[in-house]
Design a protein around this ligand. Structure first.
Ligand code: HDE
Length: 754
């Protein structure tokens, strides 16, 4: 039997989605092959068929990926039963005559339907919606002084699998909702699996794991009618967080731009808890883990996020997949803040065991220890993204936990949840979860056992299996718990006194924001609280805000039409931490999406040059025209990826006008909605006006040539404004826009009505 050839979506490296007609972009419906007839016989070579083996072990540039080679789920060309018996038909049930009753003896029908009935597994109780990718982690070797973990060494490259997620929504919910994002990384190290199960926000709602069901019950949809989906904008959430004020810091981050990231590729990640690192001399330090994205930390604006939830609910998932597929591999630097491991476990007065607190980077800089590159997409969502099982208790020698009471509960929860979610205790045998280190445990049997264990003595001590498996020691790579002193104490249900400070760090965060970021925070609280019905909930939340800052409280109160209360605690004025702000600095523009708007009357040579300039800058050009197909008056035809009817401004980071498309330029041309008549010739197409107006409102870079200023003026935009570039060639415009995009948005354009 000839081997089934692998099917690849892209044949050239660094090919961008912009090179592919819209109906052939991965995930888009449409013909994938010129032949419309279904092949019926295996021929030499076989027709391309989506393979379902594991992901590539070697990426497009020849680099190794985190994939496990031994994963082949399908072989042979013929359809078979699950037992490997070839089948002649899978379209008709076995019947007594063509019009007769279906026969119970139809084993293929029963196998097919029964398997289908059981295709779904319980979605994760939190973080149900996610997207994931494979990659590699390269240690810099700089952490060797503080940790003996071998994967942090300089000459070691470790495969990784990363799953990003939202927290509250169901598996099918939208990506761009206001929420915390999960950032969970599985390192397949030679010493066992290490999972860093973090978030994009460095603090948490609660200080003790026993409160986790409470915060999640409050955030999930109301139990009576199960709404709203994937939202915190409802009474039960605000009821809980206004009463449980240790949630204030995390809630403030959620209401900031951090709650609506532009892309998974542009998010920071945080381990949240303080961990303990141990070096070869058994000396320990306390650390906080940080992932710093090479593309910078960037967000959507709220109106954009809401629109995308309808226009492209898979926005973040698509963005990650497309970027990796086109060779724009996202990268993060792993860094640590290092603190002495003292009995107090505090740093500059900050309690390191309190997961509602950060240590400002200005007090303890983040020291880079390695680089992660995501370089291969998943091949099967269920097998990999859905079945991956993270657990903060998956540790390797050199990395240990602390007594953070939130972490302690997590160390119980994740193992427990996998057992119900993945159907038993053998989930570590699922390919995506398999350690790359040798496994020799004494765990046996159980649901979904796929290993064929040998030997007779899965117990210790034994003599019948020659004493195997043997115990390792410190010199043979054993994980040995750090012998930390436990203070003599009575059993109590209490928190340390320092955990009672719920407002000083929210205030620090607020004071570290720029005016635009503060305005976004005010708008977010105002939006969410206006969605609540209970007056008491709104009033109580205003009291919480008063304890952060009077200006924040007054502005939100004004939006709610309520009086602003005075603070009930004394406000601490901390030094702002500039590292907390997302505004300022310039960043690479890799993978940014540029919409080039043109019609047949546009400067098409200029479009070709502009398109190439976008590609040369590592960005993605998408041509937007009146209808699908190509623009081809003279020269090479220009592929069209979006039409005026399908494009929405929120899909693009910047817009370029190659002229002024006029109303009525296509068969479905814009019409005067009231009169039903075509708009007068020469009027700019209103759909293009809408694209430009929205992009402008969202602070996006806009530019054009070939008379584009006329359309901008019709949209009320003058060419002198920040982030607006009008020039005499497409390439010059792209150049100016790329510079503007380096700052992410035209910040000077805010405050705006979003
Ligand atoms: Fe989780 N969390 N969590 N969490 N968490 C889960 O495990 C839990 C917490 C985080 O992509 C669950 O496999 C408790 C903090 C991520 O598969 C569950 C507590 C942080 C993911 C669970 C917390 C996280 C989860 C649900 C309070 C950031 C997604 C499915 C003590 C540091 C991982 C699963 C993935 C998933 C429990 C708090 C991050 C139920 C009890 C703090 C990124 O076990």
């Amino acid at each position: 039997m000839p081997a089934v050839p692998r099917r690849t979506f892209m044949t050239t490296k660094k090919q961008s989605v912009a090179d592919i007609p819209e109906n052939e972009i991965p995930g888009k419906p449409g013909p994938q092959s010129p032949s419309v007839a279904e092949p019926t016989e295996p021929t030499e070579p076989l027709p391309p068929k989506p393979d379902q083996d594991g992901p590539d072990t070697v990426g497009p540039t020849g680099q190794p990926t985190g994939a496990d080679q031994a994963r082949v789920a399908q072989s042979g060309a013929y359809l078979t039963t699950a037992q490997g018996t070839r089948l002649p038909d899978t379209d008709h049930s076995l019947k007594a005559g063509a019009r007769g009753p279906v026969l119970l003896q139809d084993h293929h029908l029963r196998e097919k339907i029964t398997h289908f009935d059981h295709e779904r597994i319980p979605e994760r109780v939190v973080h149900a919606r996610g997207a994931a990718a494979h990659g590699v982690f390269q240690g810099y070797g700089t952490a060797g002084e503080v940790s003996k973990a071998a994967f942090l060494a300089k000459d070691v490259e470790t495969p990784v699998f990363v799953r990003f997620s939202t927290v509250l929504g169901s598996r099918g919910s939208a990506d761009t909702v206001r929420d915390t994002r999960g950032f969970a990384t599985k390192f397949y190290t030679d010493e066992g699996v290490f999972d860093l199960v973090g978030n994009n926000i460095p603090v948490f709602f609660i200080q003790d794991a026993i409160k986790f069901p409470d915060i999640i019950h409050a955030g999930k949809p109301h139990p009576d009618r199960e709404i709203p989906q994937a939202q915190s904008a409802h009474d039960t959430f605000w009821d809980f967080v206004s009463l449980h004020t240790e949630a204030t810091h995390h809630t403030l981050w959620n209401m900031s731009d951090r709650g609506i990231p532009r892309s998974y590729r542009m998010m920071e990640g945080f381990g949240v808890h303080t961990f303990r690192l141990v070096n070869a001399a058994d000396e320990s330090v306390l650390v906080k883990f940080h992932w710093k994205p090479k593309l910078g930390v960037h967000s959507l604006v709220w109106e954009e996020a809401q629109m995308i939830a309808g226009v492209d609910p898979d926005f973040h998932r698509r963005d990650l997949f497309d970027a990796i597929e086109s060779g724009a591999f996202p990268q993060w630097e792993l860094g640590i803040q290092v603190f002495p491991d003292t009995p107090e476990q505090t740093f500059e007065g900050i309690d390191l065991l309190d997961p509602t607190k950060i240590v400002p980077e200005e007090l303890s800089p983040v020291q880079p220890i390695g680089l992660m590159t995501l370089n291969a997409n998943t091949k099967n969502y269920f097998a990999e993204t859905e079945q991956v099982a993270f657990h903060p208790g998956h540790l390797v020698p050199g990395i240990d936990v602390t007594d953070d009471p939130l972490l302690a509960g997590r160390l119980f929860s994740y193992l427990d949840t996998q057992i119900s979610r993945l159907g038993g205790p053998n989930f570590a045998q699922i390919p995506i979860n398999r350690p790359h280190a040798p496994v020799n445990d004494m765990l046996r049997d159980g649901m979904h056992q796929t290993a064929v264990h040998t030997g007779v003595a899965p117990y210790r001590p034994n003599s019948l299996d020659g004493g195997c498996p043997f115990l390792a020691g410190a010199d043979t790579g054993a994980f040995i718990e750090t012998p930390v002193q436990v203070p003599a104490a009575s059993k109590v249900r209490e928190a340390p006194a320092s955990f009672a400070d719920h407002f000083s760090q929210p205030r620090l965060f607020w004071l570290s924001m720029t005016p635009t970021e503060r305005e976004h925070i005010v708008a977010a609280y105002t939006f969410e609280l206006n969605k609540c019905y209970e007056q008491a909930v709104k009033e109580r939340t205003l009291q919480v805000l008063a304890n952060i800052d009077p200006q924040l409280c007054e502005q939100v109160a004004a939006g709610l039409g309520l009086p602003a209360p005075a603070a009930s605690v004394s406000l601490v004025t901390a030094d702002p931490s500039p590292a907390l702000s997302q505004v300022g600095g310039t960043w690479p523009v890799d993978g940014r999406v540029i919409g080039i708007i043109a019609d047949a009357a546009a400067d098409l040579d200029g479009v070709r040059t502009a398109r190439q300039a976008v590609l040369d800058a590592g960005m993605v050009p998408l041509v937007i025209a009146p209808t699908g197909g190509t623009l081809d008056s003279g020269g090479d035809p220009i592929g069209i990826q979006r039409t005026f009817a399908t494009a929405r401004s929120v899909e693009f980071d910047a817009l370029v006008l190659a002229g002024v498309p006029q109303a009525g330029a296509d068969a479905y041309g814009a019409r005067d909605a009231k009169a039903g008549t075509a708009l007068p010739p020469k009027a700019p197409d209103p759909r293009v006006l809408l694209l430009v107006t929205e992009a402008y409102r969202h602070g996006k870079a806009i530019g054009g040539w070939n008379g584009a200023e006329r359309l901008l003026e019709s949209a009320g935009i003058t060419t002198a404004e920040p982030g607006v570039a009008v020039s005499d060639s497409g390439a010059a415009v792209v150049d100016a826009l790329a510079t503007a995009l380096g700052e992410h948005r035209a910040w000077d354009r805010f405050p705006a009505a979003v």
